[in-house]
Design a protein around this ligand. Sequence first.
Ligand SMILES: [Zn+2]
Length: 101
Amino acid sequence: MKTAAETAWPIALADLEIWERSFKWVVRRCPLCSKKRHVHGGGLVGEDPRRMLGHRAGHCDHADNRGYILVDADSAATESILRRFGPNVSGGSGALAEKYR
Ligand SMILES: [Zn+2]
């Protein structure tokens, strides 16, 4: 019989970054394999990357593939990014598309 600790999904704190025209959630330190900087997609710039949080399959090399709960590590930083690049930025998406064209 497995303990709760073995069956529960661990928490993976991740920071929001922008790569090219996409949001990425970058795991600070993987709770499963301790390898740094697993990168998960967060959708396109102009969308809400927070909808991609929650349970995600682990990007680990080893066999423990139960995944983890992706959690925004710094919601203040995320809010700051989304004020400029997130959904519903008035007049922002056009300028942004120009920037990344
Ligand atoms: Zn890992």
